[in-house]
Ligand binder design. Structure first.
Ligand code: F6P
Length: 308
């Protein structure tokens, strides 16, 4: 997100615009936690994880009174356009706010989950996947040495976008994602088939939103049927949300930050900037929050093929 903030500020300055930062998302808008930003305000942040503007979910912005207060603050600061970085919650809020108060708004997709319609990749996704993959490589060393089965849980909320490249890139034997039904019976069959082919270690990547439950629950269900299995569970959790951004993320965030400001200058509003097939596209907020970006079903098949 810092790389995106930097690009937004610098593109605004480049175009002779005044630019203000709002701390803590919509909460800061309501409270008027708004400050002037200059080119130097965003020096030395492109390589840093997180966001210098802080981030918070806002219950108040979901209320009419909250949005009215936010509008008053923007008016008091003379703000004529907004850039919102976030996921579907951010854009749901932005969409309502635009409809009520008409302040031109463009969004940049910022979530590790990559579950937003209107862009092939979201800002933070590539970094999160690489962080998870690095951990999975290390887990494989123990799995292999001790001949164990590891159930590794990755983030993604209701989507398997993080799980898929972790499974394919990490050489996992099984992947469990919310978009496909992978039963406990299937997991057991795959493990037994692997043992019969003399495999001695296994990695099962579990997306946190999988319909069979968390990695801990799934490991317990499988262990109750195969008690001899030497199983361990690792929940990667919030390590996936931090760290220096990858080159791909810095590039994407910079491109989209520029696109947000240029979109506003061109008179666009109520849309999210994204990259699809290497082309810049703007998608109405309403589509980004109502349409689903489907995962290619061949990816789970790839895990099967490559773990034979
Ligand atoms: O949406 C990003 C995400 O990291 C999800 O993958 C995860 O389910 C959730 O946020 C965690 O939220 P919190 O940081 O509030 O625990």
């Amino acid at each position: 997100m810092n790389a995106c903030i930097r690009a937004i500020v610098r593109t605004a300055v480049y175009n002779g615009l005044e630019v203000y930062g709002i701390r803590r998302g919509y909460n800061g808008m309501i409270k008027g936690d708004i400050f002037k930003m200059e080119s130097l305000t965003v020096s030395n942040i492109i390589q840093k994880g997180g966001t210098i503007l802080k981030s918070a979910r806002s219950k108040e912005f979901a209320t009419k009174e909250g949005r009215q207060a936010a509008y008053e603050q923007l008016k008091a600061h003379g703000i004529e356009g907004l850039v919102a970085i976030g996921g579907d919650g951010t854009f749901t809020g932005a969409n309502i706010f635009y409809e009520e108060y008409g302040i031109p708004t463009i969004g940049a997709p910022g979530t590790i989950d990559n579950d937003l319609y209107g862009t092939d990749y979201t800002i933070g996704y590539d970094t999160a996947v690489n962080t998870a993959l690095d951990a999975i490589d290390k887990i494989r060393d123990t799995a292999d040495s001790h001949e164990r089965v590891f159930f590794v849980e990755v983030m993604g909320r209701d989507s398997g976008y993080i799980a898929i490249p972790c499974a394919i890139g990490g050489g996992a034997e099984i992947v469990m994602i919310p978009e496909t039904d992978t039963s406990i019976d299937y997991v057991i069959d795959q493990l037994k088939a692997g043992w019969s082919r003399s495999k001695t270690s296994f990695i099962v990547i579990v997306a946190e939103g999988d319909e069979e439950g968390s990695a801990t629950e799934i490991a317990a269900k499988v262990s109750s049927i195969i008690p001899d299995m030497d199983a361990r569970v690792t929940i990667l959790g919030h390590v996936q949300r931090g760290g220096a951004p990858s080159a791909a993320d810095r590039m994407l965030a910079s491109q989209l930050g520029i696109a947000c400001v240029e979109g506003l200058i061109a008179g666009r509003t109520n849309e999210m900037a994204g990259i699809i097939n290497r082309e810049l596209v703007y998608t109405p907020f309403i589509e980004t929050i109502t349409k689903q970006k489907l995962i290619n079903p061949n990816f789970t098949k790839m895990v099967d093929i490559l773990s034979v």
